[in-house]
Design a protein around this ligand. Structure first.
Ligand code: NAD
Ligand code: WQD
Length: 348
């Protein structure tokens, strides 16, 4: 068991909270920084501590963009070896209307964090990037997209990820002994098997599974299926859905990979490499819940592509990690979470 200290930003959010559970289970000491802009920090921490039977080393309620406050975190904790940086705004549609907020939070906030890390000589950095950096792709092979593809995005949110990736590459040139893992997540879904934590979107969900769950719990009338005229087996879009617990474990693998290095910067896809259609997801949720799910086919959504899949061989080779859980397991855990917490983390 390791007793290293990891600083997590955004650790009370969806992916961060699942990752903290895996970090605590792996024996890490965890410090969290989150301003609660898209989470319920006290409830999330209470629940993840309940699940693991362990405590966070420290929790700071602060905006990581406030440099003087962030500096105090590093001053008070000289044992931080690695930073896992989840904190960001993440709604693609919202980013189109609020680009300045997105660039400030996601890019300027990350710059503050990196500056403070440099000042305190902390050199291991795991970054939450996104498959969205591959842009609008019309040539995704069946084996998935490899990391050496060019990156460009089609939303301000996506561009924040592209910018930070470039910043990290430049930083690695100037600071050759830094160890950086840029993790490009595909479509995270599901929840912890306890049903105590899961995705808790504020407002109307944009993503498929959270939307379906709200239909299943009676909060929305029906699912709009965005197009059934794609060139796929049932006409709906294909994505690479990954269980959030598998994704969380990918971060432990990445942190361990960085710990042993003296200078590395790698972009790594985290997905399953398996493609599922909208109907595959809908049918799986129907199967695991025994519920009918009202749905209507609507026109295509602007910006959507037919197929978006990860080539996952690099993650396996470098991190020794691959996703293990099936679509039915993702859906069963997602449904269990939604059933037990129809109002998200505000339902105790
Ligand atoms: P989330 O919104 O649930 O979690 C993000 C957390 O960061 C929240 O708890 C929020 O309060 C916090 N936060 C945001 N800005 C902050 C700031 N300036 N200071 C302190 N805390 C701040 O999102 P998530 O789904 O857990 O995503 C985590 C990361 O993964 C994000 O960087 C996101 O862009 C990336 N990502 C997510 C997905 C996805 O589908 N969920 C896919 C690809 C990449
Ligand atoms: C999946 C499929 C839709 C909703 C987005 C972001 C990406 C990343 C992950 C952060 C598509 C269909 C959806 C609905 C539907 N996030 N759909 N009805 O678009 O692959 O990726 O989340 O980094 O940046 O763009 O995920 O869940 O929105 O859509 O039919 O109500 O479900 O058309 O085929 P997407 P999604």
């Amino acid at each position: 068991m390791s007793s290293k200290t990891i600083l997590v930003t955004g650790g009370t959010g969806y992916i961060g909270s699942h990752t903290i559970i895996e970090l605590l289970n792996a024996g890490y000491d965890v410090i969290n920084v989150d301003n609660g802009i898209n989470s319920n920090p006290s409830e999330s921490i209470k629940r993840l501590e309940e699940i693991t039977g362990k405590k966070l080393k420290k929790n700071y309620s602060l905006d990581l963009g406030v440099e003087s406050e962030l500096r105090k975190v590093f001053q008070e904790n000289s044992d931080i070896v690695t930073v896992i940086h989840f904190a960001a705004l993440k709604a693609v549609g919202e980013s189109v209307h609020k680009p300045l907020e997105y660039y400030t939070n996601n890019v300027a906030g990350t710059l503050v964090l990196l500056r403070v890390m440099k000042e305190f000589n902390v050199k291991n950095f795991v970054f939450s990037s996104s498959a969205t950096v591959y842009g609008v792709v019309d040539d995704c092979p069946e084996s998935g997209m490899t990391e050496d593809r060019s990156i460009n995005a089609n939303s301000p949110y996506g561009t924040t990820k592209v910018f930070v990736e470039y910043i990290l590459r430049d930083l690695k040139v100037a600071q050759p002994d830094w160890n950086i893992a840029i993790l490009r997540y595909f479509n995270p879904v599901g929840a912890h098997s306890s049903g105590r934590i899961g995705e808790d979107p504020k407002g109307i969900p944009n993503n498929l599974v959270p939307y379906i769950l709200q239909v299943m719990t009676g909060r929305r009338e029906f699912l709009s299926i965005y197009g059934d005229d794609y060139e796929t087996k049932d006409g709906t879009g294909i994505r690479d859905y990954i269980h959030v617990v598998d994704l969380a474990k990918g971060h432990i693998a990445a942190a361990k990979f960085l710990e042993g290095k003296n200078g590395v910067c790698e972009a790594i896809n985290l997905g399953t490499g398996r493609g599922m259609t909208v109907f595959d997801v809908l049918n799986s949720l129907k199967k695991v819940s025994g519920k009918e799910i009202p749905h209507k086919v609507m026109p295509r959504r602007a910006g959507d592509v037919t197929i978006y899949l990860a080539d996952v061989s690099k993650a396996k080779k470098l991190l020794g990690w691959s996703a293990e859980l099936t679509l039915d397991e993702m859906c069963a855990d997602a449904w269990n979470w939604a059933r037990l917490n129809p109002e998200g983390l505000s339902s105790s």
